[in-house]
Ligand binder design. Sequence first.
Ligand code: ATP
Length: 362
Amino acid sequence: MTDPIVSIRGVSKRFPGGVIAVDNIDIDIAQNEFFALLGPSGCGKTTLLRMISGLETPTEGQIIIAGQDMALTPPNKRPTNMVFQSYAVFPHMTVEDNVAYGLRVTGVPADETTRRTAEALEMVKLSHLAKRKPDQMSGGQRQRVALARALVKRPKVLLLDEPLSALDAKLRDDMRMELTRLQETVGITFIIVTHDQDEALSMASRIAVIDKGAVQQIAAPSELYEQPATRFVADFIGKVNLIDAKVLSRSGKSISCEAKGLGKLKFDTDKTCGDSVAVAVRPEKLKISKAEPKAAGLIKVQGKVRDVAYYGDTSHIVVSIKGGPDLQVNVQNDSRTGGSGVERGQAIWVSWMPDDSLVLTE
Ligand code: ATP
């Protein structure tokens, strides 16, 4: 990456009482990226965002924004702006005044304030509501006011802390697309904090998955889904079958292992394995059949259908395996018969191509 706009180098944050909220994190974020910090509640993502904004000071490490070390730069002098979860807008001011406020208090001339306010309202498609007050608006519209207030300051980096969490599900979907469009239009770097994997996958160009203060993996959404680096990432991003296996032997890039309920299996892997690994396979990669599948090289096992959940176009099927974990299988429903054709209690074969599974060592 040439000249990242934000460079987080060896950053840690310890709070009084011994909590290590952020543990030696390194991340480079490129100009114009839509970058997501994703992880479960308490993993340290908000603390990291607050350190980028200057609201929190790192215990160790460096934060460099646009080539400058920010150690001695207070929040209001940084080229960043933050949009909070509870979008902070003044209820007694019109939308226009809310947006103009940040420019007025810093002494920007009146004509420039008017022009930039109009531009910011245009960006978030609120020009027609400029004279309204936020308490006469919907949650989604108020969120746009908050975005316009942040954008009008022309930050190099916009920081968004769970910006959609206060909106209902339908509005959240609309705003996701809206935020992606906005980021492409304004061409500045967005860094968003979220615990919602769908949100991160659908909006971000790259995602850092964080657990217990540490980065587990940084990758594009499709790579995180298809090539998760650890059990945690595989499990956190989408649904996955994780099957414990004992390593029996290694030879070159290939390992032979005993997987619970599945017997002996062979895999090619670049990773160095200890004595135990997990075989990870997504539910949509598994096939089911009443008769034993005959194709060569398949991994296959017979089980009993424990549950069938119908979701319109697909069904989610849970198959119990003797001596092994339950396997989750997603199948496309037949549009004519309207179902998966599978019933609870039925004996069934589950199979997949070895290349569709991953061996996880951590
Ligand atoms: P959430 O999604 O719930 O907001 P998060 O991933 O953003 O979680 P943080 O808010 O960054 O997590 O918190 C990380 C850890 O640091 C948590 O264990 C939290 O309790 C702790 N923590 C955060 N702020 C402080 C503080 N000011 N003093 C002490 N501990 C704190």
